[in-house]
Design a protein around this ligand. Structure first.
Ligand code: HC3
Length: 414
């Protein structure tokens, strides 16, 4: 059984050095990195989609606001409130940013949040394996607020690992006036800090945008330690009428892991007279995601499919990790070969590739830095949630034990 870093720091040190050597020559495919045991996580990337909605009431708040300009401000506030969960919680919890499991094609992660915002449902699906891409849909049943998107990552190695996110998110908000507004959200780039000291964490860099069909754009500039404020996880943001960047309506600044404030106009007044909202990421309680017990899950649901691997990672039992991962990888390879020979393709359960040019990307993409082709060539397509598929699945009979066994055998080699 392999030792963990805590059990034997010296062994961890030497495997970390070999890991650093291996990344210096890696090809940009993060899934191909062989990391030492103590940096491996038993959580798959399909689970990361849940970080978008750990505060459902902040997500749905814009749907109750009658003023379009203020709604755009509340959408920015919600987006900023997701960043701590997305990019900092894992290193805060475990002391380092771990390497997640690479999802297999068709892997699912399903769950729901129940709180004062009502029921908010999460569907996350690995829609492409080569290149790897995850798609998700998050729906708040009470308000009809809906978030969906897909993402992939492209890594390069310079002084550290730099990760460009490919893909985007679309937030649809029913307004009190009965209209529906769409917000196109681009994804920030990130890099790994502290890699050489063996305790990597994520820092965001460059700029991301949120552009709305109601005519507003938010521009968020990320800055790490050593930049203007000298504080980790800093940002400044402005909201302006789309295309008129100098006419700043709101400005926001602070740390996405700690506190931030939103003011009207282009600057923060010293008296805080123009303060309109604030957020404290350290105090905001998250709503836990409810995930069905493993025995009730679909065989392709992430925690059920990876159960043995995840348990072995926790124990530091690398032989079992390798063997169990190998079973899934081999089964997946065989399944793809079989599909190819039979001239068919794995049918995604909840998402479909957008065949026509995408209307929202065509209208808003250039203001949000998202190409109108949605980078579909790098994600296996422009993936959109398919409500008709989801409705059909809801109407289906639960799988028999035999059907579950066949799925587990064919997809996971179990
Ligand atoms: C780069 C990353 C995998 C991708 C993760 C993404 C971009 C996934 C989508 C989420 O919405 C946001 C998100 C957050 C963190 C990103 C991960 C951080 C590290 C991980 C690499 C594959 C691991 C690199 C290895 C090591 C040792 C540095 O952890």
């Amino acid at each position: 059984m392999a030792e963990t870093a805590q059990q034997n720091p010296q062994a961890a040190g030497s495997s970390w050095t070999s890991f650093l050597k291996s990344i210096a020559s890696f090809n940009g495919d993060l899934s191909s990195l062989t990391a030492p045991p103590f940096i491996l996580s038993g959580i798959s990337l399909t689970e990361y989609s849940s970080y978008w909605s750990e505060h459902p009431s902040v997500l749905v708040a814009p749907s109750r606001e009658p003023d379009a300009q203020k709604r755009a401000m509340l959408v920015l506030k919600w987006f900023l409130s997701t960043l701590k969960q997305q990019y900092a919680t894992r290193s805060e919890k475990y002391g380092n940013e771990k390497k997640p499991l690479n999802p297999f094609l068709g892997e699912l992660f399903l769950g729901k949040w129940e709180d004062e915002a009502g029921t908010t449902e999460l569907i996350s699906e690995q829609v492409s394996h080569h290149p790897p891409a995850t798609a998700y849909s998050i729906t708040n049943k009470n308000s009809g607020v809906h978030l969906e998107g897909y993402n992939a990552q492209k890594a390069t190695f310079g002084k550290t690992i730099n990760i460009k996110q490919i893909g985007h998110a679309l937030l649809t908000i029913p307004t009190p006036a009965g209209d529906r507004e769409t917000y196109l959200i681009s994804l920030p780039s990130l890099h790994v800090e502290n890699l050489f000291l063996g305790a990597p964490f994520i820092e965001l860099n460059s700029t991301s945008f949120i552009t709305s069909s109601s005519g507003f754009t938010a521009k968020i500039d990320y800055a790490g330690k050593g930049w203007l404020s000298g504080k980790k996880n800093s940002f400044t943001a402005t909201i302006y009428p789309t295309g008129r960047e100098k006419e700043v309506l709101y400005n926001a600044s602070g740390q996405w892991t700690k506190q931030f404030e939103i003011h009207t106009g282009s600057a923060k007044h010293s008296s805080d007279a123009n303060l309109v909202d604030s957020y404290d990421a350290t105090a905001a309680a998250t709503t836990p995601l409810f995930v069905a017990p493993i025995e009730q899950q679909h065989p392709l649901e992430s925690r059920r499919a990876w159960q043995k691997v995840a348990e072995a990672i926790l124990k530091g039992d690398m032989d079992t990790v390798g063997r169990e991962k190998g079973k899934i990888e081999n089964a997946q390879r065989e399944l793809r070969a079989k599909e190819k020979s039979e001239g068919r393709m794995w049918q995604r359960r909840y998402f479909t590739v957008q065949a026509e040019p995408d209307r929202v990307l065509g209208l808003l993409g250039k203001h949000a830095g998202v190409p109108d082709h949605g980078d579909g060539d790098k994600t296996g397509g422009v993936w959109r949630f398919d409500q008709a598929k989801a409705d059909r699945l809801r109407g289906e009979q639960p799988l028999s034990e035999e059907q579950q066994k066949v799925l587990a055998r064919d997809h996971l080699g179990q």
